[in-house]
Design a protein around this ligand. Structure first.
Ligand SMILES: Nc1ncnc2c1ncn2[C@@H]1O[C@H](COP(=O)(O)OP(=O)(O)OP(=O)(O)O)[C@@H](O)[C@H]1O
Ligand SMILES: [Mg+2]
Length: 286
């Protein structure tokens, strides 16, 4: 059968790279898929320095200091929220963690190593960052098939993710005609194809309708209940109030508060996440 007549999931990774060389770049820039690692999950192999450790991270863009000392810990089996107002440094922190941006000082480690120091980083981390670019001429299902092939994931995951994200009605259409929310679902599906042990989502509910937001919350809970480390950034507090275990709040490129929700409630005397957030902002501004 000629290669062109074969479906994308029948192509080898090398053929896919040759056919669409730009996709490799996109994986590094926007969507980082992890290979299926269910066996490791099942045996719950936890490395000695598991989870995410970010310490005293600093980053400037020219004269603009985006990060001035960010500290964050994220543990396996827990959902960690990275919160903060627009421009507080959430995306820059996650980009530094994922090796997409070089920090000026400090450390950002995943399972005790920098992203780049992992022999096969894509086998460890699945991430969706806020800047989405997709090939508009590709159909959603084919996009997922290509990424599944490149990540070494079973092709059955494509249909699983399409179903789980409610994309069955439009997965056959070209991505160029999709709405923001539909594209957001596709990004999420792409990151989750390989069921990775560390999941990093930057504003995953942007543009999603209430059903989509509900699905994201359930997906986060499912991932953490299987021992995965989950970090989710948002500036919409109410969306994650009931699923977060731990919270790091940034203000002006610095960690203004960090700890379990219970700890932060005790420390601030506040009850809801919004009250904790406001109390933290006021204290940091004082
Ligand atoms: N590539 C860049 N060049 C110049 N400045 C940048 C760049 N990326 C980020 N910044 C600046 O760094 C600061 C932090 O931006 P960042 O995107 O990390 O914030 P954020 O918390 O993710 O905001 P939002 O909630 O709007 O997504 C901002 O002042 C932003 O303008
Ligand atoms: Mg951001």
């Amino acid at each position: 059968m000629p290669a062109a007549a074969r479906s994308a999931n029948a192509l080898g990774a090398e053929e896919v790279r040759r056919a669409r060389p730009h996709l490799t770049f996109r994986i590094n820039e926007n969507i980082i898929t992890g290979v299926n690692d269910r066996i490791s999950n099942a045996t719950t192999h936890v490395p000695p320095q598991s989870g995410i450790r970010i310490t005293a991270l600093e980053k400037s863009f020219g004269s603009s200091r985006a990060l001035r000392g960010v500290n964050l810990r994220a543990e396996p089996g827990r959902i960690t929220g990275l919160l903060g107002p627009n421009g507080s440094g959430k995306s820059t922190t996650l980009k530094c963690l994922l090796g997409l941006c070089r920090a000026d000082a400090g450390q950002a480690l995943i399972h005790g190593k920098t992203y780049a120091a992992h022999p096969n980083p894509s086998s460890v981390v699945g991430a969706v960052l806020d800047s989405l670019t997709m090939d508009p001429t590709m159909r959603g299902r084919d996009h997922l098939r290509v990424y599944a092939t490149m990540g070494g994931h079973p092709s059955t995951r494509v249909e699983d993710c399409i179903k789980a994200l409610g994309m069955r009605d439009y997965a056959h259409r070209r991505v160029g005609g999709w709405s923001t929310g539909m594209r957001q679902r596709l990004s999420l599906a792409t990151a989750l194809l390989g069921d990775p042990r560390v999941v990093i989502l930057d504003e995953p509910t942007n543009g999603l309708d209430p059903d989509g937001i509900h699905w994201v919350r359930e997906a986060l809970q499912d991932m953490s209940s299987r021992g995965n480390t989950v970090v989710v950034s948002s500036h919409v507090l109410a969306e994650f109030e009931h699923v977060l275990d731990d919270v790091t709040i940034l203000r002006g490129g610095r960690t203004a508060a960090s700890g379990s929700l219970a700890e932060l409630r005790r420390r601030t005397g506040a009850d809801t996440l919004e009250e904790i957030y406001r109390a933290t902002m006021e204290r940091a501004a004082a």
